[in-house]
Design a protein around this ligand. Sequence first.
Ligand SMILES: Cc1ncc(COP(=O)(O)O)c(C=O)c1O
Length: 224
Amino acid sequence: MFNLLSPAQQDPILSLSVAFREDPREEKMDLGIGVYKDSQGATPIMQAVKSAQHVLADTQTTKSYVGLAGSEGFNQAMTDLLLKGTAGYERSAAVQTPGASGALRMLADLMYLAKPITTVWISNPSYVNHKPVMEAAGLTVKFYPYFNVETKTVDADAMLDALSTAGPDDVVLLHGCCHNPTGADIRPEHWQAIAALAQKNGFIPFVDIAYQGFGAGLEEDATG
Ligand SMILES: Cc1ncc(COP(=O)(O)O)c(C=O)c1O
């Protein structure tokens, strides 16, 4: 069975990391993987994460299975962090996943289960795994223009123009904040315009918010 498989292409992010490690120059900086680094190139554990680990270690009473949706306390805290005070709060449902990539795949599988003909629109450029994860789930991927390389900002006109052609069989994947890889974020008035288009044409917005609090602030980053 396994001899039927052909070798997979090298992962572009990981092969860049290997190339970086093997580059003998001292004046080098690895921007390939989105993690914080200090001036020594180390990625320290945030104090808040350390403290939370201590609290868990001291208070956890079992290692038994949690429910299928993960930790209810975590899910509630995440829902509060992201949606409290919005119209979506009462209608929300939360599931904990192994990493954000796991969340992307679970949602992609859910969309395929619900409607196999779904097309997912992805920003050009986007997080490198968006396209392969959506396609691996059987969904079709299209790109919408996003970044103006001259001004280093979102090309809102081109984006809205393209999204005006998306309809009820479409899902539009948006970065909630800290757009990966450009760092250029959608302004509040353009979030409004996207919402108006979604209401008018029937597409479903799918917001990937991987970095809430790392941009303008916890509240501000959740504006979209
Ligand atoms: C926008 C976005 N979504 C999802 C992910 C995947 O996150 P994880 O490493 O938790 O799987 C990343 C990671 O870079 C990302 O930038």
